[in-house]
Every structure is written in structure tokens, then in C-alpha cells.
Ligand binder design. Structure first.
Ligand code: FES
Ligand SMILES: [Fe+2]
Length: 350
């Protein structure tokens, strides 16, 4: 069984990571990929190995808008065509696979299979972090755990009471309401915490008075394969939600390999709130990185180590009501994986 959905948009990096004149090499879905900006500023993605002797194109450099391999100097343009051969005419058969790629919502999105299916409208809506209208605090973590475990981590936030007891959680979390729903292939996981006193740090970060009793909601949206948004809202205890403030944070996961994951997270602040938002957004992202690194990543890497190479799809696990959204997300994912596998099998027969 294939490990990854191929006909889907994955995050390949922050748009700001791909600087003009530089090559970014990254392993995505167990494939070597290189990304770079074309002369018009738009981004291109190619398979990351030179077809001549399989060295990493990331070790080369950009020359006249094409990647020049660092070994024998053959150059490949944005379409993967060999455009320069230091020893003679560029060989037509030596090509590198290009991938559809789009810059949107401050991220670079890559489509790992059939280019004809790469419909930009399938990219989930993260317009709250468009660089034109928002300052975006940026975070990245490399996690030695499957992206499936990451999805379940964000879709079941009951863990914040225990794993994040002194940072993001409180003792009222488990007393809150939990619900989930499915809209097409979008899954929502909703946790509403009533009459909570947040940790001092969290209250400060959310602009609330220390010790204040609040109602907090944590509503998570999941889109396949592993693009999630957490809408966190807070209001004075007992007051209607409309009086409160809600802020989104994106949690975007792309498998590096079966058991390791790239994790990009954001804290956007609308530019309309004033120029001080730029520093505040990054400060908040840096603060969140603490509990994500010291608490979630530690737990997930330990969990993955215990699971080892066993197949998560068939592994027997306990299922609680709070796992409902995660279970639905897995169903959507697995059914699409099955469809891709059936299609690949039919193509082999044809
Ligand atoms: S390995 Fe790249 S040009 Fe030879
Ligand atoms: Fe967490």
C-alpha cells in the first residue's frame, strides 16, 4: 500500500525560504526535490537528482535561470530539459522531472503526481496568512514521526490538559464540550472549554488578564492530506462568542519519509492592526515553538519509536470519543489512497 497521497497539494516550504539565485533542496514524500525561483520570480520545482550520475542537484548552482549540476556541469531549466552540456550538444534524453508548484498564502505548494490534475482551487483556504494583508509569524519543526500521528495530535486537543499542563492547557479542558463534523472531505474537530483560567503565559499571549475566567474554543479544520487550521477564540466567561476574539494558526504537515515529517506553523496578524503586528506575530510563533518542541515533538517521536515500522492503518489502537475527528480524517485519507492504488493498478493492466 502506498504511503502517501500523490494527487494532492503539499506544502514544500515558506515562500520566503526560496531566495532569488539560490536552490532549496528538500526531501518530500521520500523524493528528492529542488526548488528555485525563475528569472521572472515565480517558483519552479524539479526532481532533485541529476539524471547523469544521480548526484543531488541541490549541490549545484543557478546559472542563467537553470540549475547547473555541481559534478560535471550539465544544466537543467525549469522544465527539467538539459539546456547545457559542457561536452557538446545537450542530450535530449537526459531530463529531470518537473513538478507543478504554486506560491500562495505565504507558502509554496507542490503537486507530486499528474500535472493535469493540479487544480489550484484545491489548495485549502489560508487567506488569513496572505502576505498582502497579514504579518505572518513563521515556525518550522522537523519531527521524526509520521504525518498521521501529527494529524491526530492536532485533531485531538484533549492532550493540552496533560501534555501542555503548564503552557497551553488547563485543568478545565476535559470538562469542555467536544464535537466533530464532516463537510465533503473537510473534517472539523471542535473543543469548547467553559470557565477556564488559562496559564499566565497563555493569557498574556492571548491579550487577557492573568487569572481571568474565560470561555475558550479550539476549532480545528483538516484538509487532506495534512493541512490543518486551528481557530482559537476566547471571550469573558459566560459572554457570547461574538464578543470575543478568534485567531487562526495553520499547522501544515508534509511527509519527509514514512516516519518523519516537515511541520510548518504560522501565527498571522492582520496588517490592519498596525505595524507592531509584525514583531508580535513572530514573537508569538517563537513562543509557541517552545511547547511544540519540548512537549508535542518529544511525545510524538517517542510514540513513533514505540510503533516502529508497524503499519498505522492496521495497528490496533484504543479509540475514544475524542478520536472521532482523527478517525474520520484517516477514513478520508485511506479511501483516497485506495482510489489512487486502484487507478495505478488499472494503468498497469491497460
Ligand atoms: S552527475 Fe550531474 S552532470 Fe554528471
Ligand atoms: Fe500539542
Amino acid at each position: 500500500m502506498a504511503e502517501f497521497l500523490l494527487n494532492a497539494w503539499y506544502v514544500a516550504g515558506w515562500a520566503s525560504e526560496i531566495e532569488p539565485g539560490a536552490i532549496l533542496a528538500r526531501r518530500l514524500l521520500d523524493e528528492r526535490i529542488v526548488l528555485f525561483r525563475k528569472e521572472d520570480g515565480s517558483v519552479a520545482a524539479l526532481h532533485g537528482l541529476c539524471p547523469h550520475r544521480m548526484v543531488s542537484l541541490g549541490m549545484g548552482k543557478l546559472v542563467n535561470g537553470a540549475i547547473q549540476c555541481g559534478y560535471h556541469g550539465h544544466s537543467f531549466d525549469e522544465n527539467g530539459v538539459c539546456v547545457h552540456n559542457p561536452q557538446g550538444a545537450p542530450p535530449k534524453t537526459m531530463r529531470v522531472r518537473p513538478y507543478p508548484v504554486i506560491e500562495r498564502h505565504s507558502m509554496i505548494w507542490i503537486w507530486m503526481d499528474e500535472a493535469s490534475r493540479a487544480d489550484p482551487s484545491l489548495i485549502p483556504d489560508l487567506s488569513f496568512q496572505d502576505p498582502e494583508t497579514a504579518y505572518v509569524g513563521k515556525g518550522y519543526l522537523h519531527v521524526r514521526a509520521s504525518y498521521i500521528l501529527e494529524i491526530e495530535n492536532i485533531l485531538d486537543l484533549s492532550h493540552i490538559e496533560f501534555l501542555h499542563a503548564t503552557t497551553l492547557g488547563s485543568s478545565e479542558v476535559s470538562q469542555g464540550d467536544y464535537s466533530w463534523r464532516q463537510e465533503g472531505e473537510t473534517i472539523w474537530s471542535q473543543r469548547d472549554i467553559i470557565g477556564e483560567v488559562m496559564t499566565d503565559e497563555l493569557a498574556t499571549s492571548m491579550g487577557r488578564a492573568i487569572g481571568e475566567k474565560v470561555d475558550r474554543w479550539l476549532h480545528v479544520r483538516w484538509n487532506a492530506p495534512a493541512n490543518l487550521v486551528l481557530f482559537t477564540g476566547v471571550v469573558t466567561h459566560g459572554r457570547p462568542k461574538e464578543e470575543g476574539v478568534e485567531n487562526p494558526t495553520a499547522h501544515l504537515f508534509t511527509p519527509e519519509t514514512k516516519n518523519s515529517t516537515h511541520y510548518w506553523f504560522s501565527v498571522p496578524i492582520p496588517k490592519a492592526a498596525g505595524p507592531q503586528g509584525e514583531a508580535t506575530a513572530q514573537k508569538k510563533a517563537d513562543w509557541l515553538k517552545g511547547p511544540f518542541t519540548d512537549e508535542d515533538v518529544v511525545m510524538l517521536e517517542e510514540q513513533q519509536e514505540n510503533i516502529g515500522d508497524r503499519d498505522l492503518r492496521t495497528l490496533k489502537l484504543g479509540w475514544l470519543p475524542g478520536d472521532a475527528a482523527g478517525a474520520r480524517a484517516r477514513n478520508v485519507l485511506y479511501s483516497r489512497l485506495d482510489d489512487e492504488a486502484a487507478e495505478a493498478a488499472a494503468n498497469v493492466k491497460a
